[in-house]
Write a protein that binds this ligand. Structure first.
Ligand SMILES: Nc1ncnc2c1ncn2[C@@H]1O[C@H](COP(=O)(O)OP(=O)(O)OP(=O)(O)O)[C@@H](O)[C@H]1O
Ligand SMILES: [Mg+2]
Length: 241
């Protein structure tokens, strides 16, 4: 049997930002793998390179040095049209500030990534409805972002991240803007998705959030200083899905 390659493989990845004469080594010589089905927390102080690393894994940015493999394919320096194609197919993004489009209702926001998949309107709407249902938000399908609470907006954003059945969901402080109870609900949702097989990589400052993941990678000054596999803490609140 041929072994399946890791979902993500980072090999001696570095990223240096150059602004005029100043060079900032944001990520330095980082190597690790993410296997299918993991839920991984990335922790580290502000400025330690967490978002820079996530943006490279999500094909929004390229390393200055080193290699990144997605499902065994070298993706670090592909031309932009191939990168955006792979991004649409394999990556779902969730941000701290939800990033929903204000002029579109929930179901339209969720359907948006499917425009790049060449599907007709009816199929896009039916997939978006299924995705909203999976996060318990179908009853708010016609609501606009400003008519939703923060936690509801984040659930819609998660539905949008899931709609194209990505290989991995990348979440940059997804609970950072939420109160602790709503944050716990959103975290419980990520954990439930992971138990269903979804691979998740999540940046967090909160050790209680990281405790619910199966592994924690710690960055400091752009380098990995710890990488620990641990049993995920039992969910505190179970979402009413
Ligand atoms: N576009 C950019 N141009 C220049 N320097 C940048 C850029 N983006 C980030 N940096 C620098 O790279 C370093 C890492 O930034 P990054 O945003 O990855 O940190 P982070 O760990 O996500 O921090 P935070 O927890 O505050 O979000 C920082 O020193 C930052 O100032
Ligand atoms: Mg960041």
């Amino acid at each position: 049997m041929i072994a399946m390659p890791p979902l993500v493989s980072l090999r001696s990845v570095s990223r240096t930002y150059r602004t005029g004469a100043v060079a900032v080594a944001a990520v330095r010589d980082v190597s690790f793998d993410i296997e299918h089905g993991e839920i991984v927390a990335i922790m580290g102080p502000s400025g330690s390179g967490k978002s820079t690393l996530m943006n490279m894994i999500g094909l929004l940015d390229s390393p200055s040095e080193g290699a990144i493999y997605l499902d065994g394919m070298d993706v670090a320096h592909l031309p932009e049209d191939q990168r955006s194609g792979l991004r649409a197919q394999k990556i779902g993004f969730v941000f701290q500030s939800y990033n929903l489009l204000a002029r579109h209702n929930a179901i339209e926001n969720v359907a948006l990534p499917l425009v790049y998949c060449g599907l007709g309107w009816k199929e896009r709407m039916s997939r978006a409805a299924r995705s909203l249902e999976a996060v318990g938000m179908l009853h708010r399908a016609q609501h606009f972002p400003k008519q939703l609470s923060g936690g509801e907006q984040q659930r819609v954003a998660i539905a949008r991240a899931l709609v194209a059945s990505p290989s991995i969901v990348l979440a940059d402080e997804p609970t950072g803007a939420l109160d602790s109870r709503t944050g716990a609900d959103v975290l419980a949702l990520f954990c439930a998705l992971n138990r269903g097989g979804q691979t998740v990589l999540m940046i967090t400052h909160d050790p209680r959030v990281a405790a619910h993941c199966s592994r924690t990678v710690r960055l400091q000054d752009g380098q990995v200083v710890a990488d620990q596999v641990h049993p995920p803490a039992a969910p505190k609140r179970v979402m009413a899905l």
